[in-house]
Design a protein around this ligand. Structure first.
Ligand SMILES: C[S@@+](CC[C@H](N)C(=O)[O-])C[C@H]1O[C@@H](n2cnc3c(N)ncnc32)[C@H](O)[C@@H]1O
Length: 277
């Protein structure tokens, strides 16, 4: 099961890892009880202050700054200064899970560095508690109330922040924006696509996550570093984008009539789907 509310548990990162919870004590906060928005806001601020001075964060900023030149979605893809919107899925329960809290703190640092107003960042995770939604609203985020299942159509350059999320979220996002004109507007900070490829059987990738599988072959991926202390929080993270040049290598038929993914063969979908009406 992907959703985990307990401290130190981050699931679903390795092939065959479903059901196995990883327990590593790389960060030193005590377990906390949920339910206090002021306390949570303070903790997020403290986490931001800790991360701000980490070398790996400075490297992230540097890598983002070096993103492409040219027009906003020019030959090399999206430029960081053109990003005006952000969507964050799958943050997790940040009031009880320290990894999710550091990921939230890093998201705030990213928005600040990229000059994306916090209110232009939409956040959604079905596990958010009412207090967590209150905290996110107080921090300035736009908290989504509907489960989009990752199917967010993009109209302008948008940062997607999906830390340790299920493959179906990426696949749905790609499907919704499946054209050689739109994909270059996406900048993803999330699971390394190369890592997903290594951990997943090729035939399963192609059968269940066809958009992700194709996208992997043409995306530009840059590994984002992290320090040993935050290994459990930011491991396997990459900056992923699509250049029109790389996409043009795909045959025209790639883009014809993209069918909505159904996942009827998936045993372990890894994401929570919206309730059927
Ligand atoms: C493996 S957990 C990662 C949590 C956290 N980011 C971390 O690294 O510890 C995957 C997260 O995706 C969330 N998730 C599942 N379905 C989702 C959906 N439809 N939309 C957004 N988030 C979803 C889960 O609730 C869970 O918090």
């Amino acid at each position: 099961m992907m959703a985990s509310n307990s401290e130190w548990q981050v699931a679903g990162r390795r092939k065959g890892a479903s059901g196995k919870k990883k327990k590593t004590r790389t960060v030193d906060h005590p377990v906390v009880e949920a339910g206090d928005s002021y306390r949570d806001q303070r903790r997020v601020t403290e986490s931001m202050n800790e991360l701000r001075v980490e070398d790996f964060w400075l490297e992230w900023k540097d890598l983002l700054g070096r993103l492409s030149s040219g027009s906003c979605t020019g030959q090399t893809g999206v430029q960081s200064e053109c990003l005006q919107d952000c969507v964050c899925y799958g943050l997790g329960s940040f009031s009880t899970c320290v990894s999710a809290r550091y990921q939230l703190a890093l998201l705030l640092l990213l928005l600040d560095a990229l000059k994306i107003p916090v209110e232009r960042c939409s956040v959604y995770d079905p596990v958010f508690s009412p207090t967590e939604r209150e905290t996110l609203t107080a921090l300035g985020f736009t908290v989504l109330t509907e489960n989009e299942e990752g199917k967010r159509a993009v109209h302008q350059p948008t940062l997607f922040y999906l830390m340790h999320c299920g493959k179906a979220l990426y696949n749905n996002l790609l499907w919704k924006n499946w054209s050689s004109q739109t994909l270059p507007k996406l900048l993803v900070i999330g699971n390394s696509f190369l890592g997903i490829q290594e951990r997943t059987l090729q035939r399963e990738l192609q059968r269940d996550y066809a958009y992700l599988s194709t996208a992997m072959s043409v995306c530009d991926e840059t590994t984002l570093p992290c320090s040993p202390r935050f290994l459990d929080v930011f491991n396997d993270t990459a900056l992923i984008h699509f250049s029109p040049q790389s996409l043009s290598k795909l045959p025209e038929s790639t883009w014809a009539d993209p069918e909505e993914p159904q996942y009827q063969h998936c045993q372990d979908l890894e994401i929570i789907r919206r309730e059927q009406r």
